[in-house]
Design a protein around this ligand. Structure first.
Ligand code: ZN
Length: 311
Protein backbone atom coordinates (compact mmCIF):
# COMPACT_ATOMS: atom_id res chain seq x y z
CA UNK A 1 0.00 0.00 0.00
CA UNK A 2 3.03 2.13 0.02
CA UNK A 3 2.94 4.34 -3.04
CA UNK A 4 5.84 4.16 -5.43
CA UNK A 5 6.69 7.70 -4.61
CA UNK A 6 6.65 6.93 -0.92
CA UNK A 7 8.82 3.93 -1.45
CA UNK A 8 11.33 6.00 -3.33
CA UNK A 9 11.21 8.68 -0.81
CA UNK A 10 12.40 6.06 1.32
CA UNK A 11 15.71 7.05 1.51
CA UNK A 12 16.85 4.39 3.32
CA UNK A 13 19.61 3.58 5.37
CA UNK A 14 20.97 0.63 4.45
CA UNK A 15 21.18 -2.19 6.43
CA UNK A 16 23.85 -2.36 3.89
CA UNK A 17 26.43 -0.13 5.48
CA UNK A 18 26.32 -0.66 9.20
CA UNK A 19 24.33 -3.79 8.94
CA UNK A 20 26.93 -4.94 6.55
CA UNK A 21 29.47 -4.07 9.17
CA UNK A 22 27.41 -6.03 11.64
CA UNK A 23 27.30 -8.97 9.29
CA UNK A 24 31.05 -8.62 9.03
CA UNK A 25 31.29 -8.86 12.80
CA UNK A 26 29.25 -12.03 12.63
CA UNK A 27 31.60 -13.51 10.09
CA UNK A 28 34.50 -12.67 12.31
CA UNK A 29 32.80 -14.42 15.18
CA UNK A 30 32.19 -17.43 13.02
CA UNK A 31 35.84 -17.68 12.06
CA UNK A 32 36.83 -17.41 15.68
CA UNK A 33 34.54 -20.20 16.68
CA UNK A 34 35.71 -22.52 13.92
CA UNK A 35 39.34 -22.32 12.84
CA UNK A 36 41.28 -20.47 15.51
CA UNK A 37 39.16 -21.94 18.25
CA UNK A 38 40.01 -25.50 17.27
CA UNK A 39 43.65 -24.62 16.86
CA UNK A 40 43.66 -22.73 20.14
CA UNK A 41 42.08 -25.64 21.96
CA UNK A 42 44.82 -27.89 20.63
CA UNK A 43 47.59 -25.59 21.74
CA UNK A 44 46.06 -25.02 25.17
CA UNK A 45 45.54 -28.71 25.60
CA UNK A 46 49.20 -29.30 24.75
CA UNK A 47 50.33 -26.62 27.13
CA UNK A 48 48.07 -28.00 29.85
CA UNK A 49 49.58 -31.48 29.39
CA UNK A 50 53.04 -30.04 29.69
CA UNK A 51 52.17 -27.97 32.72
CA UNK A 52 50.53 -30.93 34.43
CA UNK A 53 53.65 -33.09 34.04
CA UNK A 54 56.55 -30.72 34.25
CA UNK A 55 59.93 -32.32 33.54
CA UNK A 56 61.76 -30.57 36.34
CA UNK A 57 61.32 -26.83 36.50
CA UNK A 58 58.84 -25.12 34.15
CA UNK A 59 60.16 -22.09 32.29
CA UNK A 60 58.28 -19.01 33.40
CA UNK A 61 57.78 -18.03 29.74
CA UNK A 62 55.78 -21.22 29.22
CA UNK A 63 53.61 -20.50 32.24
CA UNK A 64 52.93 -17.03 30.96
CA UNK A 65 52.11 -18.37 27.49
CA UNK A 66 49.75 -20.92 29.01
CA UNK A 67 47.94 -18.27 31.03
CA UNK A 68 47.68 -16.08 27.96
CA UNK A 69 46.23 -18.87 25.84
CA UNK A 70 43.77 -19.82 28.59
CA UNK A 71 42.62 -16.23 28.66
CA UNK A 72 42.18 -16.15 24.88
CA UNK A 73 40.26 -19.41 25.01
CA UNK A 74 37.91 -17.91 27.61
CA UNK A 75 37.31 -14.95 25.28
CA UNK A 76 36.50 -17.22 22.38
CA UNK A 77 34.12 -19.26 24.53
CA UNK A 78 32.41 -16.05 25.60
CA UNK A 79 31.95 -15.11 21.96
CA UNK A 80 30.46 -18.52 21.25
CA UNK A 81 27.96 -17.99 24.06
CA UNK A 82 27.13 -14.54 22.66
CA UNK A 83 26.56 -16.00 19.19
CA UNK A 84 24.18 -18.58 20.64
CA UNK A 85 22.32 -15.84 22.53
CA UNK A 86 21.82 -13.88 19.31
CA UNK A 87 20.50 -16.98 17.59
CA UNK A 88 18.11 -17.71 20.45
CA UNK A 89 16.77 -14.15 20.53
CA UNK A 90 15.56 -14.54 16.95
CA UNK A 91 13.42 -17.53 17.87
CA UNK A 92 9.79 -16.89 17.04
CA UNK A 93 7.35 -16.70 19.93
CA UNK A 94 4.93 -19.58 20.31
CA UNK A 95 1.31 -19.14 19.27
CA UNK A 96 0.07 -19.21 22.90
CA UNK A 97 2.65 -16.65 23.96
CA UNK A 98 1.35 -14.37 21.22
CA UNK A 99 -2.25 -14.93 22.37
CA UNK A 100 -1.29 -14.02 25.96
CA UNK A 101 0.43 -10.86 24.70
CA UNK A 102 -2.57 -9.81 22.60
CA UNK A 103 -4.33 -7.73 25.28
CA UNK A 104 -1.18 -5.87 26.44
CA UNK A 105 -0.40 -5.24 22.77
CA UNK A 106 -3.82 -3.62 22.31
CA UNK A 107 -3.14 -1.21 25.19
CA UNK A 108 0.29 -0.49 23.72
CA UNK A 109 -1.13 0.11 20.23
CA UNK A 110 -3.80 2.52 21.48
CA UNK A 111 -1.22 4.50 23.44
CA UNK A 112 1.29 4.53 20.57
CA UNK A 113 -1.41 5.52 18.05
CA UNK A 114 -2.34 8.47 20.23
CA UNK A 115 1.34 9.46 20.28
CA UNK A 116 1.55 9.11 16.48
CA UNK A 117 -1.57 11.26 15.94
CA UNK A 118 -0.59 13.95 18.43
CA UNK A 119 2.97 13.91 17.06
CA UNK A 120 1.74 14.27 13.48
CA UNK A 121 -0.64 17.16 14.28
CA UNK A 122 1.70 19.10 16.56
CA UNK A 123 4.77 18.53 14.36
CA UNK A 124 2.94 19.48 11.16
CA UNK A 125 1.55 22.67 12.69
CA UNK A 126 4.84 23.62 14.30
CA UNK A 127 6.93 22.95 11.18
CA UNK A 128 4.44 24.92 9.08
CA UNK A 129 4.55 27.89 11.44
CA UNK A 130 8.33 27.81 11.64
CA UNK A 131 9.15 27.27 7.95
CA UNK A 132 6.07 28.73 6.24
CA UNK A 133 5.01 31.71 8.33
CA UNK A 134 8.52 32.28 9.70
CA UNK A 135 9.99 32.05 6.20
CA UNK A 136 7.32 34.40 4.84
CA UNK A 137 8.02 37.08 7.44
CA UNK A 138 11.81 36.87 7.29
CA UNK A 139 11.83 37.00 3.47
CA UNK A 140 9.37 39.89 3.30
CA UNK A 141 11.47 41.78 5.82
CA UNK A 142 14.37 41.45 3.36
CA UNK A 143 12.14 42.43 0.45
CA UNK A 144 12.57 38.98 -1.10
CA UNK A 145 9.11 38.28 -2.55
CA UNK A 146 10.27 35.17 -4.43
CA UNK A 147 11.82 33.71 -1.29
CA UNK A 148 8.64 34.42 0.68
CA UNK A 149 6.48 32.60 -1.89
CA UNK A 150 8.90 29.67 -2.02
CA UNK A 151 8.93 29.33 1.78
CA UNK A 152 5.14 29.19 1.95
CA UNK A 153 4.88 26.83 -1.04
CA UNK A 154 7.40 24.39 0.42
CA UNK A 155 5.77 24.52 3.86
CA UNK A 156 2.29 23.86 2.40
CA UNK A 157 3.47 20.89 0.32
CA UNK A 158 5.43 19.42 3.23
CA UNK A 159 2.44 19.96 5.52
CA UNK A 160 0.16 17.98 3.20
CA UNK A 161 2.68 15.16 2.81
CA UNK A 162 3.33 15.08 6.56
CA UNK A 163 -0.38 14.53 7.22
CA UNK A 164 -0.57 11.78 4.58
CA UNK A 165 2.41 9.83 5.94
CA UNK A 166 1.38 10.51 9.55
CA UNK A 167 -2.09 9.08 8.90
CA UNK A 168 -0.60 6.04 7.17
CA UNK A 169 1.77 5.45 10.07
CA UNK A 170 -1.02 5.85 12.65
CA UNK A 171 -3.17 3.19 10.96
CA UNK A 172 -0.24 0.77 10.91
CA UNK A 173 0.53 1.47 14.56
CA UNK A 174 -3.10 0.77 15.50
CA UNK A 175 -2.96 -2.56 13.64
CA UNK A 176 0.08 -3.70 15.61
CA UNK A 177 -1.77 -6.24 17.86
CA UNK A 178 -2.97 -8.11 14.76
CA UNK A 179 0.53 -7.99 13.31
CA UNK A 180 2.02 -9.37 16.54
CA UNK A 181 -0.64 -12.08 16.79
CA UNK A 182 0.18 -13.15 13.24
CA UNK A 183 3.80 -13.65 14.31
CA UNK A 184 5.44 -10.57 12.76
CA UNK A 185 9.23 -10.42 12.82
CA UNK A 186 9.44 -6.98 14.46
CA UNK A 187 8.89 -6.22 18.17
CA UNK A 188 5.74 -4.34 19.35
CA UNK A 189 5.58 -0.88 17.83
CA UNK A 190 6.90 2.19 19.64
CA UNK A 191 6.44 5.85 18.66
CA UNK A 192 8.90 8.55 19.79
CA UNK A 193 8.68 12.30 19.50
CA UNK A 194 11.90 13.91 18.40
CA UNK A 195 13.22 17.45 18.11
CA UNK A 196 16.45 18.19 16.22
CA UNK A 197 18.99 20.91 16.95
CA UNK A 198 17.23 23.31 14.55
CA UNK A 199 13.92 22.95 16.37
CA UNK A 200 12.24 20.72 13.75
CA UNK A 201 9.85 18.11 15.15
CA UNK A 202 9.61 14.47 14.02
CA UNK A 203 7.88 11.22 14.90
CA UNK A 204 10.07 8.13 14.91
CA UNK A 205 8.20 4.82 14.66
CA UNK A 206 10.18 1.74 15.68
CA UNK A 207 9.20 -1.89 15.06
CA UNK A 208 5.71 -3.14 14.18
CA UNK A 209 4.45 -2.94 10.61
CA UNK A 210 6.47 0.18 9.68
CA UNK A 211 9.56 -1.64 10.98
CA UNK A 212 8.74 -4.70 8.89
CA UNK A 213 8.22 -2.59 5.75
CA UNK A 214 11.60 -0.99 6.39
CA UNK A 215 13.15 -4.43 6.90
CA UNK A 216 11.60 -5.64 3.63
CA UNK A 217 13.34 -2.80 1.80
CA UNK A 218 16.62 -4.09 3.19
CA UNK A 219 16.97 -0.86 5.16
CA UNK A 220 17.83 0.11 8.73
CA UNK A 221 15.43 3.08 8.58
CA UNK A 222 13.27 5.00 6.09
CA UNK A 223 12.41 8.66 5.95
CA UNK A 224 8.85 8.95 4.70
CA UNK A 225 8.35 12.69 5.04
CA UNK A 226 9.75 15.76 6.71
CA UNK A 227 8.56 14.41 10.07
CA UNK A 228 8.03 10.68 9.64
CA UNK A 229 10.88 8.20 10.18
CA UNK A 230 10.43 4.42 10.34
CA UNK A 231 13.01 2.18 12.00
CA UNK A 232 13.79 -1.51 11.47
CA UNK A 233 13.91 -2.32 15.18
CA UNK A 234 15.52 -5.76 14.95
CA UNK A 235 18.41 -4.21 13.02
CA UNK A 236 18.50 -1.17 15.29
CA UNK A 237 19.01 -3.23 18.44
CA UNK A 238 22.20 -4.72 17.01
CA UNK A 239 23.83 -1.31 16.68
CA UNK A 240 25.97 0.30 19.34
CA UNK A 241 24.82 3.71 20.67
CA UNK A 242 27.05 5.63 18.24
CA UNK A 243 25.77 3.65 15.26
CA UNK A 244 22.19 4.30 16.37
CA UNK A 245 22.83 8.02 16.54
CA UNK A 246 24.64 7.98 13.18
CA UNK A 247 21.65 6.27 11.57
CA UNK A 248 19.38 8.98 12.96
CA UNK A 249 21.72 11.66 11.61
CA UNK A 250 21.42 10.04 8.18
CA UNK A 251 17.61 10.15 8.35
CA UNK A 252 17.54 13.69 9.66
CA UNK A 253 19.57 14.73 6.62
CA UNK A 254 16.72 13.40 4.47
CA UNK A 255 14.09 15.24 6.52
CA UNK A 256 16.00 18.47 5.86
CA UNK A 257 16.25 17.68 2.15
CA UNK A 258 12.47 17.31 2.01
CA UNK A 259 11.92 20.37 4.15
CA UNK A 260 13.87 22.37 1.57
CA UNK A 261 11.79 21.06 -1.36
CA UNK A 262 8.24 21.01 -2.70
CA UNK A 263 8.20 17.26 -1.91
CA UNK A 264 7.04 16.20 -5.39
CA UNK A 265 10.17 17.60 -7.04
CA UNK A 266 12.34 15.82 -4.46
CA UNK A 267 10.58 12.47 -4.99
CA UNK A 268 10.76 12.71 -8.77
CA UNK A 269 14.42 13.69 -8.77
CA UNK A 270 15.26 10.87 -6.35
CA UNK A 271 13.46 8.40 -8.58
CA UNK A 272 15.16 9.67 -11.72
CA UNK A 273 18.64 9.59 -10.19
CA UNK A 274 18.14 6.13 -8.72
CA UNK A 275 17.07 4.72 -12.09
CA UNK A 276 20.00 6.34 -13.81
CA UNK A 277 22.83 5.86 -11.32
CA UNK A 278 21.53 3.38 -8.73
CA UNK A 279 20.79 3.93 -5.03
CA UNK A 280 24.30 5.06 -4.16
CA UNK A 281 24.33 7.48 -7.07
CA UNK A 282 21.41 9.49 -5.68
CA UNK A 283 22.68 12.90 -4.60
CA UNK A 284 20.53 12.93 -1.44
CA UNK A 285 21.96 9.56 -0.39
CA UNK A 286 25.52 10.69 -0.97
CA UNK A 287 24.91 13.68 1.27
CA UNK A 288 23.23 11.55 3.95
CA UNK A 289 26.00 8.94 3.95
CA UNK A 290 28.58 11.69 4.22
CA UNK A 291 26.86 13.03 7.35
CA UNK A 292 26.53 9.53 8.82
CA UNK A 293 30.15 8.67 8.02
CA UNK A 294 31.39 11.91 9.57
CA UNK A 295 29.38 11.28 12.73
CA UNK A 296 30.86 7.79 13.10
CA UNK A 297 34.42 9.02 12.55
CA UNK A 298 33.93 11.90 14.96
CA UNK A 299 32.88 9.40 17.61
CA UNK A 300 35.67 6.85 17.37
CA UNK A 301 34.40 4.56 14.60
CA UNK A 302 37.50 4.62 12.42
CA UNK A 303 35.94 2.64 9.56
CA UNK A 304 33.02 5.00 9.13
CA UNK A 305 30.41 3.88 6.62
CA UNK A 306 29.97 4.03 2.86
CA UNK A 307 26.89 3.49 0.74
CA UNK A 308 26.19 -0.08 -0.31
CA UNK A 309 23.42 -1.08 -2.74
CA UNK A 310 20.27 -2.17 -0.97
CA UNK A 311 19.24 -5.78 -1.08
ZN1 ZN B 1 19.38 7.48 2.98
Amino acid sequence: MQSKAAARLSDVERSAGLSGAWAGGGAQRASLTAGPNAALNGVVSGVQTMTQTPPASLPSELEAASADLQSQLADVNQQQIHAVEIKTSKKKQSFWRRVVDFIPNIFNAVFQTAKALVGTIVSTLWNFLKDGIGGLISNLAKGNIGGACAAVGKAVMNGIWNVVTGALTSVMVLADPIYQLAGGSQPPVKVQWHRDKDGNLHTITRGGIPGEMTENEGAGALTKSQLDIWVNETDYRKRDPIEKKALLEHELTHTRQLQDSYVVDNLLRYDREEKKKGYCGVKDEQEAYKVEDQYLRDHGHEGGVTCAPLA
